[in-house]
Design a protein around this ligand. Structure first.
Ligand SMILES: C[S@@+](CC[C@H](N)C(=O)[O-])C[C@H]1O[C@@H](n2cnc3c(N)ncnc32)[C@H](O)[C@@H]1O
Length: 343
């Protein structure tokens, strides 16, 4: 949805150059800059709309009714066209060409687009430093940005996951990728004052929101640990491990799940929820969903991540459920313990 920075910066430069060219009487040059900006912006909804706004504004300044009406029509479709990847690449974006006609892309623009494509595919699964940067930036907005997911019921499986941990008062439970600590209160309520809850996250700012949350509730027995899940060692007395919308972010999630299952005493419970690629949805809806989830660090390569299979491999008594028509999953089971994978 949002253009990667080299493209975003180039588009911003072209918009500025267009304004300068127009101010100095070079209308042809001004349109030329906007046409280049349009070609670069097409894959990214926000920039694409922005360029058509600039074209509408220039159309108004030169009092071209044709350009203005053409730009208003294009403004309506630009965002969805980018999100659905249904646009005629190389199209100049002007009202004097069909909005459905693709055109060859000039080599310098094609190079920039190819680089951006590589960069986007390269955002693959973020490394841990990338996760920390992303979530530190996101921390102030995370709870608000999660609201739409709550409204559609994405947290229902989290409640189920917590039940599947089969916690008892006095137990110790770990929440991996705890974020702003949305699971901590429910967990602390169950394990009670004699139990312990450990929230682990790599983002100090997410943890600081979690800290405010637990302080507000005056919760004791909740400890927050800044650590990479991949290297975090489970304390010996842990009875249960939870991870909601986090573990699939790890490139080596399979090995990590296997390690936790092995580190827990046999009988310990693991429950994981997360996003998954719905099997029966049309591809375009998955693309829109991925675009909406991109600010949370969800990248194309997550589509191949299947933590529920790792849970199945390393637990007995395994359950698997889906929600939101297959867009979210819950997998839980009883850790096989140091014995290793189940046969
Ligand atoms: C989408 S948020 C989910 C937060 C919370 N579990 C929830 O359900 O609201 C993902 C969280 O996982 C954390 N995370 C991702 N990879 C991590 C890693 N390798 N080590 C520690 N935390 C990680 C991020 O910092 C972020 O806070």
């Amino acid at each position: 949805m949002v253009a990667p920075s080299p493209i975003g910066e180039r588009i911003a430069e072209l918009l500025e150059s267009s304004r300068i060219a127009f101010a100095s009487g070079d209308t042809t040059g001004a349109w030329g800059c906007l046409e280049d900006a349009h070609v670069l912006s097409q894959p990214w909804a926000v920039r694409h709309v922005q360029v058509h706004m600039a074209m509408l504004s220039l159309g108004w300044r030169i009092r071209s009714a044709r350009e203005m009406s053409g730009q208003i029509a294009r403004l309506v479709v630009a965002g969805p066209a980018s999100l659905l990847a249904r646009y005629p690449s190389g199209n100049s974006g002007r009202a004097d060409v069909s909005a459905f006609e693709a055109a060859p892309i000039r080599p310098d623009l094609a190079d920039l687009l190819a680089e951006a494509d590589a960069a986007e595919n390269g955002t693959r699964v973020l490394d841990v430093a990338g996760v920390r940067r992303l979530y530190d930036r996101m921390a102030p907005f995370y709870d608000l940005a999660s609201k739409p997911y709550d409204w559609v019921g994405a947290r229902r499986l989290v409640d189920r996951a917590i039940l599947e941990l089969r916690l008892q008062p006095g137990d110790t439970v770990v929440d991996l990728g705890t974020g702003t600590g949305r699971n901590l209160i429910a967990l602390a309520d169950i394990v009670g004052p004699t139990g312990h809850v450990i929230g682990v996250d790599v983002s100090p700012r997410m943890l600081s929101r979690a800290r405010s949350r637990i302080e507000k509730r005056g919760l004791r027995g909740v400890v927050l640990v800044e650590a990479d899940i991949a290297t975090f060692g489970l304390p010996v007395d842990v009875r249960a491990v939870l991870s909601t919308y986090a573990i699939e972010m790890l490139p080596n999630y399979q090995a990590v799940i296997g390690r936790f299952a092995g580190e827990m005493a046999a009988g310990g419970r693991i429950a994981v929820t997360g996003l998954r690629d719905p099997d029966r949805w049309p591809e375009w809806t998955i693309r829109v969903g991925s675009a909406l989830n991109r600010p949370f660090g969800v990248a194309k390569d997550y589509r191949s991540h299947r933590p529920w299979e790792a849970i199945e491999a390393h637990t007995t008594d395994t359950i698997y459920e889906e929600g939101l028509a297959g867009a979210v999953y819950l997998a839980a089971g009883t850790a096989t313990g140091p014995e290793g994978e189940r046969s």
